[in-house]
Design a protein around this ligand. Structure first.
Ligand SMILES: [Zn+2]
Length: 250
């Protein structure tokens, strides 16, 4: 192109001139703009073996967007959950600290919520059963939901934790609710920031919790995220660090 007569716009690549825009995955606000581009990164925990070191490694864009309507920070491109979680390399029981924390938490909840043989505790992303094992040891029925088949197998075979090898969403929650599998306590630790559709996830939690008045223990949704310590899924989701999707748990 002859530079002299070309309008300035013609010298700027179409991508740079019109950075990608997207719609907020929680509140639906249109036209979000990127605020930080961390480039293309490999998946967390997807460590290469020596024989693969010289082969091309899959990388995915880690571009952050901020929603001015609900303050949700989120990534622009979702890595397919099947790609991320079907063969997962992180077992929670690797961490003695996490297991001890789980034991202490379970003791407090059994005591504080008067949980017993008539109760049901569900954990979404139950990993290898590091937490549910402590309920089971105390005679509280449990159900794990874990999409990583290799990790779920650990829970089932080594700890005897009943575990569904599925992704959690409203559809699965509806099926469980129809079977009468409603929970007194739902744990969802370190998972919410990984889900592609936070509203469907929160909607599933609502399905699965026992309603007020049916159980004396009432409803409890326990999560590590402070914003989700209530039973009702908030229409607006704040402080949700979606970038952890691809880079957390390193
Ligand atoms: Zn939003």
């Amino acid at each position: 192109m002859a530079g002299g007569d070309a309008p300035l716009e013609a010298l700027v690549s179409p991508v740079a001139a019109a950075p990608s825009r997207l719609r907020c995955r929680s509140c639906g606000q249109a036209d979000l703009g990127p605020v930080l581009d961390l480039g293309r990164v490999p998946l967390a925990n997807a460590l290469l073996t020596a024989e693969h070191l010289n082969e091309p490694e899959d990388r995915f864009p880690l571009e952050l967007y901020f929603c001015p309507q609900c303050a949700l920070v989120q990534i622009g491109e979702t890595v397919p959950p099947e790609r991320l979680f079907r063969d997962y390399a992180y077992a929670s029981s690797f961490s003695d600290t996490m297991v001890e924390h789980a034991r202490t938490l379970v003791e407090a909840l059994i005591r504080g919520r008067s949980l017993g043989p008539e109760s049901l505790v569900i954990e979404v992303a139950s990993n290898d059963g590091y937490l549910l094992q402590f309920y089971q040891q105390r005679g509280v029925p449990v159900l794990g939901i874990e999409p990583a088949a290799n990790i779920a197998e650990l829970a089932i075979k080594t700890k005897g934790i009943p575990t569904l090898v599925e992704f959690f969403d409203e559809e699965l929650a509806g099926r469980l609710a129809a079977e009468g599998k409603l929970a007194d306590v739902i744990h969802a630790h370190n998972v919410f920031a990984h889900v592609p559709d936070p509203n469907r996830f929160a909607g599933g939690i609502k399905w699965l919790l026992k309603p007020h008045g049916v159980e004396k223990h009432g409803r409890l949704f326990l999560a590590t995220e402070r914003a989700f310590e209530s039973a009702d899924p908030p229409p607006v989701i704040k402080d949700f660090w979606k970038a952890a999707y691809a880079s957390a748990e390193v």
